[in-house]
Design a protein around this ligand. Structure first.
Ligand code: GDP
Length: 306
């Protein structure tokens, strides 16, 4: 069994690749970007992974359902409501179902399991915790929810800090603890280290389990050369005083991951990363198309059998 720690758009590529080469995949998903909107509980990373594995994901956007329409959000806008977070009409069904089930006192883990089953996903998708954790971005304009910073404000304000509200008292679920303990290998997908993996590492119980499992934890760098493949990782890493490089990623992960997989073109960084006590592997870590996803997944699954 392989467990993958996953965020959203970058992670789904590797999760899909792994699902194509191995039957027993468990994705443990970030919940720090979850948000209440219009009375609905929206879980962007969980949904990206679910839609990716269900073959529903809009590949171009990297989120939402392919071919979805946006009548609901346009009507909200027409009614003068805030409409900065584009919820698709089909996508809405997921959030309505989830919120109704939360109201009936089901846990997010149970609800996620039910949704994956309804969508025909064979892999296990687990929220890192059933408790609410919220990634908060501090800026000169004030502190705001990650989605407000990223979607509403287009990641424009300077970032002075990143914190995880609720993480201290959040607990990993039994299923997450079991997945970490019973997996042959744990792979940290190439994800935004601060905003996708960070909220999971901020949950003391998750961190403790990963520290114990460190030797079987392999992280894939989301940074190639001096920058991320996509997204705002550089801004968050700078705010935490981390160098925007595979070595900076290594510094953030060193206590919870025994190995870091970096791009061949970054092999000159290996020495610095090894000094942090991590093993280094180099390969092509840019996933282009399904082939690229499967290739990296196969490489990692091979490492997993070592
Ligand atoms: P988010 O929730 O949408 O921010 O998505 P993730 O956190 O899962 O992924 C974003 C990170 O994945 C970014 O920092 C990207 O640099 C990285 N990323 C995206 N595609 C690739 C890829 O093909 N290879 C690698 N190594 N990193 C990638």
């Amino acid at each position: 069994m392989i467990t993958v720690l996953a965020g959203g758009t970058g992670s789904v590529k590797l999760v899909r690749g792994l699902a194509s080469v191995s039957k027993e995949i468990t994705a443990v998903c970030n919940v720090g970007d979850n948000i209440w909107l219009y009375g609905l509980y929206v879980c962007p990373d969980i949904d990206t992974i679910t839609y990716g594995l269900a073959g529903l994901l809009d590949q171009k956007r990297g989120w939402g359902i392919r071919g979805d329409t946006f009548s609901f959000i346009r009507q909200m806008e027409a009614m003068g409501q805030p409409a900065w977070f584009a919820l698709g009409d089909r996508d809405l069904a997921t959030h309505v179902y989830r919120t109704e089930m939360l109201r009936r006192k089901k846990s997010l883990t149970e609800i996620t399991g039910a949704i994956t089953e309804m969508l025909g996903v064979g892999q296990k998708i687990l929220p890192a915790t059933d408790d609410e954790v919220e990634t908060v971005i501090s800026t000169p304009k004030g502190a705001m929810h990650l989605q407000e910073f990223w979607v509403k404000n287009g990641a424009r304000p300077a970032v002075t800090g990143v914190t995880f509200r609720g993480a201290d008292s959040a607990r990993p679920t039994r299923q997450v603890v079991d997945a970490i303990r019973n997996s042959e290998k744990i792979i940290m997908a190439p994800a935004n280290p601060v905003s996708s993996i960070g909220p999971m590492l901020a949950i003391p119980g998750v961190r403790r389990e990963l520290e114990r499992a460190r030797e079987k934890v392999i992280a894939v760098s989301p940074i190639i050369g001096g920058g991320p493949v996509s997204g705002p990782a550089a801004k968050y890493m700078n705010a935490l005083g981390l160098e925007v490089s595979p070595a900076g990623v290594a510094r953030y992960y060193k206590d919870v991951a025994g190995s870091l997989v970096i791009a061949r073109t970054d092999s000159k960084m290996a020495g610095r990363i090894e000094l942090l006590g991590m093993k280094v592997e180099t390969t092509d870590i840019m996933m282009k198309g399904r082939r690229g996803e499967a290739r990296l997944a196969m490489y990692l699954a091979g490492m997993a059998r070592n």
